[in-house]
Design a protein around this ligand. Sequence first.
Ligand code: COA
Length: 126
Amino acid sequence: MFHIGIDSEEVSRFESLDEQLLQKIFTYREIEYCKDKSPQSHHLAGKFCAKESIIKAFFNYDIQLSLLDIEIINTEKGMPQVIIPEYIHKEYSVQISISHNNSVAVACALVMESQFLKALEESCWK
Ligand SMILES: CC(C)(COP(=O)(O)OP(=O)(O)OC[C@H]1O[C@@H](n2cnc3c(N)ncnc32)[C@H](O)[C@@H]1OP(=O)(O)O)[C@@H](O)C(=O)NCCC(=O)NCCS
């Protein structure tokens, strides 16, 4: 099976977070990525939405994740990728998409059981 999650936030909420609060929400790599971007708040808001959307999707599996259990990194091409604890990663595949503009950031997540994904892929090749 699969589940989805979605979240949106006003980017202004992320405009003047102090370092202590940042570190309660974001990993070192996430903070460094956003510091290189302008405006930083848009990218922070996007990553926050991604984390919340993943948390929501996992609620459906009765799995409770915290913000720092989830890391959103970006490939060289900018594509967001999700890092979750190994014991969860073994069982589930997570895909996300993020968007932000001057006022709002949104993200949606798709969480699929690895076994379901494997069966789906196999059925596509039949
Ligand atoms: C990647 C792209 C789709 C982002 O769209 P956008 O409207 O600029 O920006 P959005 O706010 O909607 O999305 C930004 C988020 O997209 C995600 N993103 C970036 N590159 C991505 C990629 N290659 N694949 C998937 N997602 C990507 C990131 O999560 C990014 O947010 P982050 O940097 O904070 O993590 C866009 O830049 C792009 O390359 N489009 C291709 C078409 C094109 O070249 N158009 C311009 C000429 S007409």
